[in-house]
Design a binder for this molecule. Structure first.
Ligand code: UDP
Length: 317
């Protein structure tokens, strides 16, 4: 079995590559390193079942040889990134998905789209089941990501219905773990890096907004399950354990032992007030549920960032 992972040098893409290699697959990774980091794949060296191609997937994708799966994970995915890269975000969600679907068709391969909880926007239904259509501002700053992913879902279903392509759509909720970038801008990486550097933790708004964070290993397990034995319906994968941003700040301070203060900063436009996945579908169809507690997941992530911050410190000296 041979799969293509687009966005292979990214946080999730690189973990997915590792998992497929561990399961015995041959893997072709693709990335243009706009937000991906080559260091995330360095440990693979010259792994006999891994190949990498530096390529922008919004252009025609050419792959020699057979493929059994195409997993489309290329996209800026942090709010900070898609504010800085609005056009690229729209292009990779729309044109990139089109190219990846076309390739899957040509190879008669299964296609899996990395979609997002952002398709629910600032949700009026809580927790969010897959049947909820969402509350998205199409012309707001987050619209570039949300609408690209909504279009990508529509395109994936069109290829499934019209061409009979075997497809999967995973709606990924907030995920954290090693290989997030220190300057990624997302809340878990920001808080941990700020705590480790002794800088103030930046809570946006009053910190009463909620999120539900899934440890990366749990997420990857769910995605591979969906790819191997799931159905074409969109499937939420995430951890339903919900807490406020303020609670997260307190937990990070406790686990790092940091003396950093907590400061409030303006809430970004259209920042969802609440978010929690309803994971009944993943549970019923895949028998999947997350296992790693927030405490354990944060410990492992803090360990990773301790190294990153120490290396940065050494480089600056
Ligand atoms: N957030 C925060 N401080 C930060 C970064 C983010 O309070 O330094 C908040 C952000 O406003 C949002 C939540 O944390 O309410 C999660 O933000 P993130 O960017 O991680 O992901 P999102 O769920 O918004 O896509």
């Amino acid at each position: 079995m041979r799969v293509l992972v687009t966005g292979a040098a990214g946080f999730l893409g690189s973990h997915l590559v590792d998992k497929f290699l561990a399961l015995g697959y041959d893997v072709l990774g693709m990335d243009n390193h706009i937000t991906g980091n080559p260091a995330n794949l360095e440990h693979l060296g010259s792994h006999p079942r891994f190949r990498f191609a530096n390529q922008d997937v919004t252009r025609y994708i050419e792959v020699e040889g057979p493929l059994d799966g195409v997993l489309h994970f290329a996209s800026p995915a942090s709010p900070v990134d898609y504010l800085e890269l609005p056009i690229q975000t729209l292009k990779v969600g729309a044109l990139g998905t089109h190219k990846a679907l076309g390739l899957a068709m040509a190879k008669q391969a299964r296609f899996l789209l990395a979609s997002t909880s952002e398709v629910y926007g600032d949700p009026l239904v809580h927790p969010q089941p897959e049947s909820y259509w969402g509350n998205v501002n199409p012309v707001g700053p987050r619209g570039v990501y949300d609408e690209a992913k909504r279009f990508a879902e529509a395109l994936t279903m069109a290829y499934h219905r019209f061409h009979g392509l075997d497809t999967r759509i995973v709606r990924i909720f907030n995920t954290y773990g090693p290989r997030m970038r220190p300057n990624d801008g997302r809340v878990v990486s920001n808080f941990i890096v700020q705590a480790l550097r002794g800088e103030p933790l930046t809570v946006y708004g009053d910190g009463s907004q909620t999120r539900s964070f899934c440890y990366v290993d749990d997420l990857i397990e769910g995605i591979v399950g969906l790819f191997e034995r799931g159905t074409p319906e969109p499937t939420n994968i995430g951890n339903p354990h919900e807490f406020t941003v303020r609670q997260l700040a307190d937990r990070v301070l406790k686990l790092t032992g940091s003396k950093s203060s907590v400061v409030e900063r303006p809430l970004p436009i259209d920042d969802p007030q609440v978010r929690q996945p309803d994971i009944a579908r993943a549970h019923e169809t895949l028998g999947w549920e997350p296992k790693v507690t927030l405490e354990d997941g944060l410990r492992r992530t803090i360990e990773y960032f301790r190294d990153v911050v120490a290396r940065e410190g050494a480089a600056a000296r």
